[in-house]
Ligand binder design. Structure first.
Ligand code: COA
Length: 327
């Protein structure tokens, strides 16, 4: 049997502080009713001012390592999928490596925005399949709340903070990651972006004054592309693997909007009871949403060995990605 990668442990962590829709009504011109109807979000978690992306990653990683029965020093590589790292350099993965004491691991960050975890899964899976690494720690973690314009009601109601982690190990069995798929359309880069702070617009008084260090999104335009793209993506991912939608045990989607998720589930003729949902409690946690949702369904015993689970995401880039796993 050729080498495969298999997820042998999952973990997640969200900050304690809860911000619900009623709290947001006091900050911007919005309502609990609008937010629930348009997004499905009821509340989200917000990191403390001293809490960083690597702190959240650390908590999620410790749980994933414990679940896998793997010690930090056994890890060959750490990938952190994030767009809200502790600092532009070093990578949050390097900071996490130090905090974990994973002294034998290489470390780097990967930025594919909300698709980051599945991009990371694709990279990690291919490292394992090539025989380069045997044990990889993959984290999706974001502190979105520090990059959101709390005066902009079109974005501030959507996002939340959190982290999810998985341990991938080499296996030659039938269970594991069957395929991963990554795509991008850079023509639509300005649908979701954070324009300030990079080499195009380095930090300056002007970038601060123009609120360029915050996420901007053309929500409605993004929504339409997301629905269209994800419907095609999930069907193609199953087709490549000769798996019928009726054989799927669980869909684990990126948690941006309940209406997008429902449209994807409908295309698969999948009942919502077989779809992992956490955006009601955590909002859109970007690259963390899928590994948090995966950890929840694993710990709740909602997926069993040998079942097919489909993961899909869509985000800034634009980027989109999927993976089919035989659990
Ligand atoms: N509270 C109240 N009203 C709001 C609001 C808020 N928080 N945010 C926007 N509105 C208003 C708008 O100003 C607009 O008012 P108008 O009709 O008077 O102009 C109206 O609500 C409708 O806005 P629209 O943007 O068309 O709403 P929508 O149904 O598209 O929902 C999103 C907005 C952002 C929830 C939705 O478009 C979405 O989820 N987009 C995709 C996000 C995504 O997938 N991103 C990729 C991953 S990050």
């Amino acid at each position: 049997m050729p080498l495969k990668s298999r997820i042998t442990g999952t973990g997640s962590y969200v900050p304690e502080k809860v911000l619900d829709n009623f709290d947001l009504e006091k900050k911007v011109d919005t309502s609990d009713e609008w937010i629930i109807e348009r997004t499905g979000i009821r509340e989200r978690r917000i990191a403390e001012s001293a809490e960083t992306t690597s702190d959240l990653s650390l908590e999620a990683s410790k749980k994933a390592l414990q679940a896998a029965g793997v010690k930090p020093k056994e890890i060959d590589l750490i990938i952190v999928a994030t767009m809200t790292g502790d600092m532009p350099m070093p990578s949050t993965a390097s900071i996490l490596q130090r905090k974990l004491g994973a002294k034998n691991a290489g470390a780097f960050d990967l930025n594919a925005a909300c698709s980051g975890f599945l991009y990371g899964l694709s990279v990690a899976d291919n490292f394992v399949k090539a025989g380069t690494f045997k044990k990889i720690l993959l984290v999706g973690a974001e502190v979105m709340s520090k990059f959101i314009d709390w005066k902009d009601r079109t974005t501030c109601v959507l996002f939340g903070d959190g982290a999810g982690a998985v341990v991938l190990e080499a296996t030659s069995g039938k269970r594991g990651i069957l395929s991963t798929h990554i795509y991008s359309d850079g023509n639509l880069w300005d649908f979701i972006c954070l324009p300030g702070g990079g080499s195009e617009h380095p930090p300056s008084l002007k970038t601060i004054k123009n609120r360029m260090h915050f996420v901007k999104m053309k929500g409605n335009e993004t929504f339409k592309v997301a629905v269209r793209t994800l419907e095609k993506l999930v069907i193609n991912t199953l087709k490549v693997n000769n798996v019928k939608p009726s054989e799927l045990a669980m869909l684990i989607p990126h948690q941006a909007n309940l209406r997008i998720i429902s449209a994807t589930a409908k295309r698969l003729k999948l009942s919502m009871s077989r779809v992992a949902i956490n955006l009601d409690r955590y909002g859109n946690t970007s690259s963390a949403s899928i590994p948090i949702a995966l950890d929840e369904v694993v710990r709740d015993g909602r997926i069993r060995n040998g079942e097919y689970i489909l993961l899909e995401a869509f985000g800034s880039g634009l980027t989109w990605a999927s993976a089919l796993i035989k659990w």
